[in-house]
Write a protein that binds this ligand. Structure first.
Ligand code: C5P
Length: 293
């Protein structure tokens, strides 16, 4: 039977600059998205109507009904193209859920790619990206992968060059953090502060282009970190442990609770992951590299 398989990477945000809250409830961002080598896999095969089965280490507790972003992606693409939503989807989840790694967005992006192929839609990339943006702020980047600067809600993307492979450790936390709750906490924390327009700045793009891990480590920045740590104070211990173990830099990934640490090279990343796991300040430590295609 015909089956289309799409593998889609997790993302981290080496820079996440968050502007004031907009009238539509979203925040203007200036961010660097960086795809890393941890993948969900979406399989699409012909079916009557739409069905979804989930597998893998992070499938537990994820709804397989119409609320799942993969199912919503299939419906959105079918509506856009004027075809019936007929697909049997299976998603293998290696990316932790509600962890700041855009796993749900990866599943949506994989579903868009796989269904477009299965239904032989031959849509231009710009149309697929517009459907992706209607599903969530991180879905357009998940379609593109690599490394990109994102503005607007995060949906306006421009690829940026990276001069060398970077080695990271993902310190996965027990439990989840809700993205809207983290943004709401940031707004509370900022109540009396004047909030500037978001900006990626020059340091990170220059460090990435040069492939200089020390400089990338120094330029890591996440405006959501204070809010994530305030909702989950134990993350401060995780971040301190990574620094004590010699990471070149460490931040909360996206809205958390995963923390991400940069290593000098692959061997250093393996040592760092062993140390993080042994410290008991995270549930699991995964070695990845980026940019992932
Ligand atoms: O777009 P997405 O569904 O991922 O957004 C989830 C939530 O995160 C939004 O409802 C909003 O509360 C918050 N968000 C935001 N500004 C962004 C992206 C997300 O406020 N640029």
């Amino acid at each position: 039977m015909l089956q289309v398989i799409a593998r889609v990477p997790a993302k981290i945000n080496p820079v996440l600059s968050v502007g004031p809250k907009r009238p539509d409830g979203f925040h203007d961002l200036a961010t660097v998205f960086h795809a890393v080598s941890l993948y969900d896999e979406v399989r699409a095969a012909p079916g009557d109507g739409v069905s979804l089965t989930l597998s893998g280490p992070y499938a537990v507790g994820v709804p397989a009904d119409d609320s799942n972003l993969a199912v919503r992606a299939a419906h959105a693409l079918a509506a856009h193209a004027g075809v019936p939503t007929q697909v049997t989807l299976s998603v293998h989840k290696e990316i932790p859920v509600a962890a700041g790694l855009a796993g749900g967005s990866a599943d949506a992006a994989g579903t868009l790619r796989a269904c477009a192929r299965l239904w032989q839609l031959e849509l231009p990339d710009a149309e697929l990206a517009a459907v992706a943006a209607s599903l969530g702020s991180d879905v357009p980047f998940a379609l593109m992968a690599g490394t990109a600067e994102g503005t607007g809600r995060g949906e306006r993307l421009r690829a940026i060059p990276v001069g060398a492979r970077l080695h990271w450790v993902l310190a996965v936390a027990d439990g989840e953090l809700s993205t809207p709750a983290v943004y709401a906490r940031l707004d509370e924390l900022r109540q009396d502060r004047c909030v500037a327009s978001p900006s990626v700045g020059d340091d990170m793009p220059a460090a990435l282009a040069a492939g200089d891990p020390q400089a990338v480590g120094r330029a890591l920045r996440n405006d959501l970190q204070e809010a994530a740590v305030s909702l989950r104070p134990a993350l401060a211990d995780t971040l301190r442990t990574g620094a004590d173990l010699g990471a070149l830099g460490g931040i909360v990934s996206g809205s958390g609770p995963t923390c991400v640490f940069l290593a000098r090279d692959g061997a250093h990343a393996a040592d760092l992951a062993t140390g993080m796991a042994a410290s008991g300040t995270c549930a699991e430590a995964l070695v990845v590299h980026g940019p992932a295609a």
